[in-house]
Design a protein around this ligand. Structure first.
Ligand SMILES: Nc1nc2c(ncn2[C@@H]2O[C@H](COP(=O)(O)OP(=O)(O)O)[C@@H](O)[C@H]2O)c(=O)[nH]1
Ligand SMILES: [Mg+2]
Length: 315
C-alpha cells in the first residue's frame, strides 16, 4: 500500500453540530484531488453527542479515525495524540467548528510538498470574531510573539496549519503549548516556516470555547516556551548564569568592603549600604545555583508529561 499523502487532525470539544458536515466536506475535497488521506478526530472529553457521531463516521468513512479522551485534557494534549498517530506525509490540523475551510487543503499540501515548507500556518486575514474580545487582543498578541521569537507570522494561533510529517514527530506539545507550535518547530530545527491567508467563516453551530482568558495565559505560556526551548534541557545554563553573575558582584563588593575596612575611615562596614547589597548578592547567587541544580533534576525526571487516559480508539 502506498503511504498516505495527508493526515487531517481535528481536535474537538462538544461540536456535535458540525462534525458530519466537516467530514463530508473534507472527503469531497480529497476525492476531487485524488488524495490518499486519513482524518483523525480527537474527542477531548465532549459531553454532547460528538462521540456517537464520530463512531458513526468511522463506519461510514474508511478514512475516519477517532480517539476519545476520558476527560478534557486541552487542545495541546489532543494535538499531541493526533501527531503521534498521523501517518500522512503532510499533516494538517483544523478546527472542528467549520470556521476553517477544507478547501484550503490542496494548496497547503502543495506548499509543503512543492515549495518545500516545513510548516505553513493559516492566516485569518479577515476574521469573523468579536473585535474587542478577540481581533484586537489577537493583533497585539501576535505582534508581541513576533518580537519575542523572531518568527514572522501574523496569526500564530490559527487552528489551520500544515506540517511536514517529521515536524509533528519532533515537537512536543503539552500544557498549552499548541499556541506556539511554530516556535517549537523553529527550535527543533525546522526553518522554512510560511503562512497562507485563509478564509475564515462565522461559526455555524455551537459556541466558542476560548475566550479572553487566553490573553492572560498567553504571555505566561510564551515565557515558558521561550525558556523551555532554550534551556529546557540545560536549565543550569540559565540559573547558573544568573547565580554566577550575582556571585561575581558579591566578590567585587566584598573586595571593596575589605579595602574600605583596611584603608578607609573608621566608619563601620556593617553600616555601609554596600554591605547589605553584598549580602543580598550572596543569597541570590547561591540560591540561583541551587535552583539550577534542582531544575536539572526535574528536567530529567518528568516521564508522565504526555500520558493521557484514552477511553476508546476506533481504528
Ligand atoms: N482538544 C480540545 N479541543 C478544543 C477544546 N476547546 C475547544 N476545542 C476545539 O478547538 C477548536 C477551536 O475552538 P473554538 O472554540 O472555535 O475557538 P475559537 O475559534 O478561537 O473561538 C474547535 O475545533 C474546538 O472544538 C478543548 O478543551 N480541547
Ligand atoms: Mg472557532
Amino acid at each position: 500500500m502506498a503511504p498516505l499523502q495527508i493526515s487531517v487532525i481535528v481536535s474537538l470539544l462538544n461540536e456535535e453540530g458540525s462534525l458530519r458536515e466537516l467530514m463530508a466536506w473534507i472527503a469531497r475535497v480529497m476525492q476531487a484531488h485524488d488524495f490518499t488521506y486519513e482524518v483523525i478526530f480527537i474527542d477531548d472529553g465532549s459531553t454532547d453527542r460528538s462521540w456517537e457521531i464520530l463512531r458513526e463516521l468511522t463506519t461510514e468513512y474508511e478514512q475516519a479515525k477517532a480517539v476519545k479522551f476520558r476527560r478534557n485534557y486541552g487542545k495541546s494534549a489532543a494535538l499531541y495524540t493526533g501527531f503521534a498517530k498521523a501517518e500522512g506525509a503532510v499533516v494538517i490540523t483544523m478546527d472542528a467548528d467549520l470556521q476553517d475551510s477544507p478547501d484550503e487543503i490542496p494548496e497547503l499540501y502543495r506548499m509543503i510538498t512543492e515549495d518545500g515548507y516545513d510548516l505553513v500556518s493559516g492566516w485569518k486575514k479577515k476574521r469573523y470574531d468579536p473585535v474587542l474580545t478577540k481581533n484586537l487582543p489577537s493583533k497585539l498578541y501576535n505582534a508581541t510573539v513576533r518580537m519575542a521569537t523572531g518568527i514572522q507570522l501574523h496569526d500564530m494561533n490559527c487552528g489551520l496549519k500544515a506540517y511536514r510529517n517529521a515536524v509533528v514527530k519532533s515537537v512536543e506539545v503539552y500544557g498549552e503549548m499548541h499556541r506556539y507550535i511554530p516556535v517549537l518547530a523553529k527550535y527543533a530545527g525546522f526553518k522554512k516556516i510560511g503562512e497562507k491567508p485563509v478564509v475564515h467563516q462565522e461559526r455555524k453551530y455551537g459556541v466558542s470555547k476560548f475566550g479572553i482568558e487566553r490573553f492572560i495565559r498567553g504571555p505566561l505560556d510564551l515565557m515558558s516556551v521561550l525558556f523551555l526551548s532554550k534551556f529546557g534541557k540545560r536549565p543550569m545554563h540559565f540559573f547558573g548564569m544568573v547565580g554566577l553573575g550575582f556571585l561575581a558582584l558579591w566578590g567585587l563588593l566584598l573586595l571593596y568592603l575589605l579595602g574600605a575596612a583596611i584603608f578607609g575611615s573608621d566608619y563601620p562596614i556593617v553600616a555601609r549600604p554596600a554591605f547589605f547589597i553584598d549580602l543580598a548578592c550572596f543569597v541570590m547567587g547561591t540560591g540561583s545555583l541551587l535552583i539550577g541544580c534542582l531544575a536539572e533534576l526535574v528536567a530529567r525526571s518528568a516521564p508522565a508529561r504526555n500520558e493521557y487516559l484514552i477511553e476508546e480508539t476506533i481504528k
